[in-house]
Write a protein that binds this ligand. Structure first.
Ligand code: SMO
Length: 747
């Protein structure tokens, strides 16, 4: 049954909600320096504390370098990380770990570890970090670690051109240009990162809060030189991830501790750990220049992106490339140029976060388009209509896309119409009384590929049980995205049965065959497609058995909830099972994540802005989405509402702040403001009516996507209201007030 009631009643078991006798706890000593080398370390006093079982230092760490980021191909991310390193590159980075009978004892013992640090020069600004003479964060490594240019602190870069951008800008009738800055954002998932590990039947078992159990198993085996068959990784329902759990952050230390002590060990992040040592959204500075003809035809798009990786490169390459991809390939323009670099600093690392870079770049591109529409005196919806790609067009970043990306369906023009009509209709909500309020409207769009490039794999099975129920075995993890319900519906539909007869067994490397994991919006379109194929395979097997039993042709047989009907004979499911070889009936299905489709979102706002205080009130919020056939409208509506709430939070309030010397100053929810129910307006959600040629039952993914167009739509509405453009996220009340105060009017 859907988990909603169990979750709100507190009955759903999460990662650590099980009893493990003899459990030990792990705590870490965090680095007090942003950049330092450990000259010496003395653990004698810590080891002497009653209840301490062991202390782990770099001397215990495997020599294998890895990345906390997890992808299907481990070579996507740089090998710049060790379980425990002798060089510390950000404040709070683990120096040593204590394993003890309680968290309290482990934390006390951490304070008794004596470390002699050789403090190294540090750099905290990404632009300064790539200048000659800047301290090198990974100067001890070369490009064999898959770092683009360690001598400039550049972990990933892109310098590519299509056509001739400068010539197109010189010839253009209108040009819009600006520099936009986005901030560090925390995932703020309700369940913190946590792993409990133990040895069972001679194998290492890790129960962990992860989006990627199979990739974690494989990387743990790689780091510790284990046979992957001797490692089992499983998750319970994961209490939120948003990309933050597409990382290996706790599993490695637990493995080290379990292997050393041979006892069960748990490592649980505190809420402050989540804010201070967990990777954040990449802050980006995005220069965007657009050129167009007088009739509003885009002729050039130029991006100059500086992304801050922080101390480790995890996800920085993928986030940079993806951010610069669908944000500009959604527009036709004969000339495009991208200069983009992701740069190391001695701040906490950045990582994967819903939208995977698109939100940051789209904030700039869609704001610049709004400026262009103003210069052209053209309706911003109309400007998009004239310039978005349509089926038949190449999707171009800096060359025609020669990958497997296709228009499996296309509802972008529908989304533009749905959002614009809703805004024109209005919703009857008036601006607050008082002449200090100004109102305005704004919109933005976003495209996203429904699957990541280069393969995403899922291999599933569906088994008929003796009682007439079906067990679906699937490897992807449920982290609140609703795949459990969608997979149940898909299997029930294909097997002509009731959803209550579908049992889902998921996210356990011992339970299913394989799944790359719950990231890149693949839960419905990759794992879901594999589930559909397995269910259809079983469907056909059931018919084949029934046809053989009744000596009828298969086409004369039809599956029902209770058996197979062949002509006027009904064979119950139990008899089909009994008649099968070994009494087993199982179907198999897989998907490799290719070819890929594209999904679309258009957001529009009407806002009121208080000229005196800078307060922004959302009067109307509209999002239209093209997700293909909607498998579960109520659930998908929730997915959109959640993504929009998260996006409004990071557009208006949220920011992980640092003191300029690498210390995070927003360490608790009191200082890190996420939106509450009272802050989140109702959003009118509309769906384009399309049917995707690639997704299961015509569905497309709609997971990360709703986030992406929200911040620029809101910025454009604020610009419309007050006449000055916000270039910086979050658009807090004090910043909006300051903008109004400094620049009375732009036009
Ligand atoms: S940012 Mo995601 O988990 O692809």
């Amino acid at each position: 049954a859907p988990a909603g009631k169990r979750i709100v009643a507190g009955q759903e078991p999460y990662t650590l909600d099980l009893t493990t006798p003899g459990l030990l706890h792990l705590a870490i000593l965090g680095s007090p320096h942003a950049h330092a080398r450990i000259a010496s370390i003395d653990t004698t006093a810590a080891l002497a504390v009653p209840g301490v079982v062991t202390v782990l230092t770099a001397a215990d760490s495997p020599a294998v370098a890895f990345s906390t980021a997890r992808h299907q191909d481990r070579r996507d991310d740089p090998d710049d990380t060790h379980v425990l390193d002798t060089v510390l590159r950000y404040r709070g980075q683990r120096v040593a770990a204590v394993v003890a009978e309680s968290v309290r004892i482990a934390e006390q013992a951490c304070r008794l570890i004596v470390v002699d640090y050789e403090v190294l020069p540090a750099v905290f600004d990404p632009d300064a970090a790539r200048q000659p003479g800047a301290p090198l964060v990974h100067g001890d490594k070369d490009t064999s670690a898959r770092i683009a240019d360690p001598s400039r602190n550049v972990v990933a870069q892109m310098h590519e051109e299509y056509g001739d951008v400068e010539a197109a800008i010189a010839e253009a009738d209108v040009v819009a240009t600006g520099i936009w800055q986005t901030q560090r954002v925390a995932h703020a998932a309700l369940e913190t990162h946590a792993t409990r590990g133990w040895i069972e039947d001679g194998r290492l078992t890790l129960r962990t809060s992860s989006q990627v159990p199979y990739l974690t198993r494989d990387e743990i085996a790689h780091i510790f030189s284990l046979d992957p068959a001797t490692v089992r990784v499983l998750t319970a329902r994961v209490g939120g991830g948003f990309g933050g759990k597409q990382e290996l952050l706790t599993e490695d230390l637990v493995t080290l501790a379990v292997l050393k002590t041979q006892r069960p060990v748990q490592y649980e992040f505190t809420r402050t750990d989540e804010f201070t040592i967990t990777p954040t959204r990449h802050p980006m500075r995005v220069g965007a220049t657009l050129a167009a003809t007088a009739d509003g035809r885009l002729t050039a798009i130029k991006l100059d992106v500086l992304s801050e990786a922080g101390a480790y490169g995890n996800h920085s390459a993928g986030v940079l490339y993806h951010g610069c991809h669908e944000s500009i390939s959604v527009y036709r323009a004969d000339n495009k140029r991208v200069d983009a670099e992701a740069v190391y600093t001695n701040n906490l690392p950045s990582g994967a976060f819903r939208g995977y870079g698109l939100g940051q770049i789209i904030f700039a591109v869609e704001s610049a388009l709004d400026d262009l529409a103003r210069r052209l005196k053209m309706d911003p919806f109309e400007l998009r209509r004239r310039n978005v790609v349509v089926p038949g067009d190449d999707m171009i970043v800096t060359h025609p896309d020669q990958s497997d990306l296709v228009f499996g369906s296309y509802g972008l023009q529908d989304c533009l119409g749905l959002a614009q009509r809703a805004l024109q209709r209005g919703n009857g909500v008036a601006a607050p009384d008082g002449d200090q309020w100004r109102t305005g409207e704004g919109m933005a769009l976003a495209m996203i590929a429904t699957t990541p490039p280069f393969g995403h794999f899922s291999s599933t099975s569906v088994t008929l049980e003796a009682d007439g129920r079906y067990t679906v075995r699937v490897g992807t993890a449920e982290f609140g995205n609703g795949t459990t319900t969608v997979h149940t519906q898909i299997a029930a539909t294909a097997l002509r049965t009731d959803p209550t007869r579908i049992l889902i067994s998921q996210s356990d490397t011992d339970g299913a065959t394989y799944d790359t994991g719950a990231y890149a919006s693949t839960g419905s379109v990759v794992a879901g497609q594999a589930v559909l194929r397995a269910a259809l395979d079983l469907h056909d097997r059931l018919l084949a058995v029934a046809a053989a039993m009744t000596t009828s042709p298969m086409v004369a047989c039809a599956l029902t909830a209770d058996g197979v009907q062949c002509g006027d004979r009904q064979i119950p499911l139990a008899e089909l099972l009994a008649a099968s070889p070994d009494g087993i009936l199982v179907g198999h299905g897989s998907h490799s994540g290719t070819p890929r489709s594209v999904a679309f979102n258009v957001h529009a706002f009407r806002v009121a802005v208080n000229q005196v205080t800078g307060e922004v009130r959302i009067l109307q919020s509209v999002q239209a989405a093209d997700a293909g056939v909607i498998i579960n409208p109520e659930q998908l509506r929730g997915q959109l509402e959640g993504g929009i709430a998260q996006a409004i939070g990071s557009a208006l309030y949220e920011e992980v702040r640092l003191d300029g010397q690498g210390t995070v100053t927003t360490q608790v929810f009191r200082h890190y403001r996420v939106p509450t129910f009272a802050d989140v307006p109702l959003t009118e959600v509309y769906f384009a009516e399309t049917r995707d040629a690639l997704g299961p039952y015509g569905a497309k993914s709609m997971s990360e996507a709703p986030y992406n167009p929200v911040a620029p739509a809101l910025a454009n509405a604020i610009r419309d209201a007050v006449g000055v453009r916000p270039y910086r996220l979050p658009m807090t009340r004090d910043r909006i007030w300051q903008l109004i105060d400094e620049q009375p009017s732009a036009d």
